[in-house]
Design a protein around this ligand. Structure first.
Ligand SMILES: NC(=O)C1=CN([C@@H]2O[C@H](COP(=O)(O)OP(=O)(O)OC[C@H]3O[C@@H](n4cnc5c(N)ncnc54)[C@H](OP(=O)(O)O)[C@@H]3O)[C@@H](O)[C@H]2O)C=CC1
Ligand SMILES: Nc1nc2c(c(=O)[nH]1)N=C([C@H](O)[C@@H](O)CO)CN2
Length: 233
């Protein structure tokens, strides 16, 4: 029986990453996700068809440990989705920028540099970076976050040039996709009003964007704006 193509999603234990992992399993892929801690609910309800690798990107050692594990297991990736992210304000100053640099730039950078040992040498592969609409415009309340996401978009363009034609490399830049539990009604109303379409679309639209990029043989080095017309207001 032919082996299922494998997709790695970083930070895939919750929210957008987990939704996309579950949808890709439904599509017939073998999916590996990373997280820092296994969820207690997995004891009684293990994730179906999803392999979990523990990985903490707050240190270079933690990133390299993940890469070494993938190489030791001779994983051959069809796609690598850089989804892991810290969304925090700038109250922690230097630590905020350092940690967001590690997660949004250092981890994608080191994993992408290892792509010749991680991807199937025969079939075309995809690397997809999940950025944010604010990367290109800045954000007064999330300076380190938007700057590190802008760095991620720069990495994406450079790796697209370096890894072509074997691996397509792209970015998806969402605006609001899904709120967090603690978001107040006032915050939600304000956030919805920022885009022309004014909706909280949910994680399916990110999955649809991933499938578009994976299924299209002629798209690399691009950034897919997934923002509900946030730029129109
Ligand atoms: N939600 C939204 O509306 C929007 C999201 N995005 C982007 O989409 C992507 C997914 O968003 P969302 O699902 O809300 O993400 P989350 O805020 O839920 O974070 C995703 C995962 O990142 C992982 N992560 C955080 N720090 C580290 C670390 N040091 N090492 C390893 N993993 C880490 C966490 O893993 P762990 O399980 O270990 O805690 C977490 O589960 C992100 O890149 C985000 O920036 C962009 C615009 C809007
Ligand atoms: N890692 C994360 N990044 C972002 C999140 C999140 O929850 N985790 N949320 C947003 C918001 O949706 C924002 O776009 C509007 O509230 C942005 N990035």
């Amino acid at each position: 029986m032919t082996e299922k193509p494998t997709i790695l999603i970083t930070g895939g234990a919750q929210r957008i990453g987990l939704h996309c992992a579950q949808r890709l399993v439904e599509d017939g892929y073998r999916v590996i996700i990373t997280c820092r801690q296994a969820r207690p609910e997995w004891q009684d309800n293990p994730l179906q068809g999803i392999e979990v690798l523990l990985a903490d990107f707050s240190s270079v050692e933690g990133i390299r440990r993940l890469i070494d594990t993938l190489i030791e297991r001779r994983v051959r990736l069809r796609a690598l989705i850089h989804n892991a992210s810290i969304w925090d304000n700038d109250d922690q100053g230097a630590d905020a920028l350092q940690q967001m640099f590690m997660v949004h730039m250092q981890a994608p950078y080191l994993l992408n540099l290892a792509s010749d040992q991680l991807f199937d040498p025969v079939q075309v592969g995809d690397i997809i970076h999940i950025s944010d609409h604010v990367a290109q415009r800045g954000s007064a309340r999330h300076i380190a976050y938007s700057a590190s996401k802008a760095g991620l978009e720069g990495l994406s363009r450079s790796f697209a040039a370096r890894l072509a034609p074997r691996i397509k490399v792209n970015t998806i830049a969402p605006a609001l996709i899904m709120f967090n539990e603690g978001d107040t009604p006032e915050y939600r109303e304000k956030a919805l009003a920022k885009s022309a379409l004014g909706i909280e679309p949910g994680p399916e639209v990110v999955y649809q964007s991933i499938r578009f990029l994976m299924d299209n043989p002629y798209v690399t080095g691009t950034c897919l704006d997934l923002n509900g017309g946030r730029n129109l207001k």
